[in-house]
Design a protein around this ligand. Sequence first.
Ligand code: HEM
Length: 426
Amino acid sequence: MNTPEDSTLNGTKISRRNILKTAGVGGVGVILGASGLGGLLSLKEGKAASSETKEIIPFYDKHQGGITTKTQNHIYFVSLDVTTSKKEELVKLFKDWTKAAALLTEGKAVGPLSSNEFLPPKDTGEAAGLSPSNLTITFGVGPSLFVKDNQDRFGLKQKQSKELVDLPKFPLDALEEAWTGGDICIQACADDLQVAFHAVRNLIRIARGKAALHWAQTGFQRTKQSDPKNETPRNLFGFKDGTANPDVNSEKQMNETVWVQPGDGPNWLVNGSYLVVRRIQMFIEVWDRTNLREQENTFGRYRDSGAPLGQKDEFERLDLEKKNEQGEYSIPVDSHTRQSHGDGSQKILRRAYSYSDGMDMKTGSFDAGLLFLCFQRTPSKQFIPIQNRLAKMDKLNEYTSHRGSAIFACLPGAKQGGFIGETLFN
Ligand code: HEM
């Protein structure tokens, strides 16, 4: 009998973990010319045996992974519509997802390869032999899971938090149904896109008959391999993006900014967080025709160093009073940095990824931009006031268009033996 970590290649039963252990290395195996076990693994030399465990982010924890986790190279984000009307089926789905997600984050298959060749294999197989790649899977629930078309779909209405409501319409929003809303979200982040895709694909497969895709978006950052110094990643406008984020290593800051606390609202979300997602198209062709001074004034930061205009260091505290030789504010009044900072009291944890989806058929330009994701404790005091300011005043609006939007409550983490959503459904 195969275990979930077993798989088969060319008819030979193999356990990925065992192969890697036998070979004396961690999860760094690379399949080359898979013509049989003999030629199966080409293993990078000189990696410590512990590298496999280093690439695992435990699924069972107080908080879900993928929120304060150091940003991985890739994201596969999906929004789902629940198609079942039975609460028991929904709860069973979350239980099944929890078990599967725990296996996936350890780099294991979601189920044994069936001994019956007339049945489809339980796991789709494309991650066999790949390292866990720091995969995190984050589940969230949207307002429409609670009430849709005035229907209390699953008897959860009483539990809906007043923060978990559709976002207001902001000036300049150009939202499309195809990229907006959803009953449930799954955010899979990993250092390998195939690993992230495999996770989402198998979770959706498990949901068959209970939930279906509403929209999906991949995203990327520069990889860790190409940036060993681990500098702040750059967005598709070429600017460092993520500089002024709260410190994910400070429990105090995360409790103040990101994690829902007792007394904030319904108890089921304590240790969870609200996620706001915006699919923002960036008009890169227009930007590329814009002179450097204008680009820097748009962000209020230098393109090269990422330092605030008039200042030296990327991480320097903003000096919003500083003026240039012409007597104007060095960081322009309508710049993105000044407008998003406001008086500094509203903070969000940004965890954005660039996206590139081929061509925008309407305009013939690139459909590329930012899958903007931010986590927070209270959207009405964090994302919403910031976005209200930006939508009115931000110079960046000349170069961007918000085409998708959603809000989700990312559930607290699950204990071993428990399941994601337990606090909500029980
Ligand atoms: C395509 C859209 C966007 C791009 C390209 C972008 C890019 C940037 C860049 C380059 C910075 C300066 C460096 C940094 O601190 O990371 C920044 C800062 C920031 N952005 Fe954005 N951003 C976008 C959308 C948004 C949205 C929608 C929000 C929230 C509503 C937002 C909130 C912030 C905040 C809070 C800061 C830090 C401000 C501070 O210095 O305190 N951004 N963004």
